[in-house]
Design a protein around this ligand. Sequence first.
Ligand code: NAD
Ligand code: DAU
Length: 334
Amino acid sequence: MKLLVTGGVGFIGSNFIRHIRQEHPDWEITNLDKLTYAGNLENLKDIQDQPGYHFVKGDIADRKLVDKLLSQGFDVIVNFAAESHVDRSILDASPFIETNVKGTQVLLEGAKRHGIQRFIQVSTDEVYGSIDSGRFTEESPLSPNSPYSASKTAADLLCRAYFKTHHVPAIVTRCTNNFGPYQFPEKLIPLAVTNALEDKPVPVYGDGLNIRDWIFVTDHCRALDAVIQKGKLGEIYNIGSGNEKTNLELIRKLLEQLDKPQSLIQFVTDRPAHDRRYALNCARIATELGWKPAYSFEKALSATVDWYLKNESWWRSIKSGEYSRYYKKMYLKR
Ligand code: NAD
Ligand code: DAU
């Protein structure tokens, strides 16, 4: 099996590549990544020289490059490449349109021209918008509220259109909030853990009662592995663990685990159009593909905290770079 993975040195992509190397050592992987602020070659340092793994620096929206790469012959494309942070999409939506919308269209066009057998679009639960009670199914209407989620929704619909119109064998997955090793410290869990370790305030947006459903990244990777092998073409699969937590509950738990005072919690101005709750019905992937989460939330969260404790140089070098300018812009005005 020959896989083209895009965005593979980001958080989920790098965990996915490590998972595939372990589970399917005979699968060949080419990783196309633009190395934006979120792409970090350190994330796959242990794998970079292994046979069967190739890295290409480049943009998924670069049509010529994608065409040239796909002419090498691939069976599967797994598209992780994206601008992924909601707050950044509020500051400037342009790169989100360029990568998440145009980039996905360029890949779909390439998949059409080069007879790709499976195109996996790694999407998000945020395309459904917010839900106060109950759970979204794959048939729920799409109602994105941020420029990030609107760009991901556009990409999902392009997959649908290329499947219907051109028979591109696309499958869309919509996962809930991931956590685990190598997550960029702009996202809630690594931000809270690393700020607390530095005895800095942990910003909580609004009243802190927004709910997210947290899934350990390896469970998401296992689900994508199942979709590659058994997923139905043209289908959409929700992926989630059912670990619903308010942000406040989660941050309190993290501070407890780190033996840091709750007084580090600092309530700040809310995110505009902040979705109140995400929750998915994941019956389809369970019944059709036999996938269910394997990791307990509590154990995975403490393993994640341990990882950040043991990998201080990884997050410290990120926090001292471009990120520090973003952080100032984002939080000092709140
Ligand atoms: P991330 O921001 O950590 O990584 C994104 C990666 O994509 C980086 O390596 C970056 O360099 C690369 N990239 C960005 N623009 C590119 C371009 N134009 N061409 C090639 N590479 C480019 O993101 P993540 O959290 O790992 O998310 C990966 C995917 O999963 C995204 O599509 C995201 O929408 C989706 N997703 C994320 C979550 C989550 O909780 N993090 C949940 C559901 C879905
Ligand atoms: O639901 C899946 C999505 O999860 C993915 O599609 C996105 O790529 C990913 O970034 C994530 O989006 P969220 O906006 O839910 O994640 P984030 O970590 O930014 O925020 C989680 C919650 O915590 C959200 O309610 C906002 C809040 N928050 C976030 C930050 C960064 C805070 O209260 N304080 C913060 O400093």
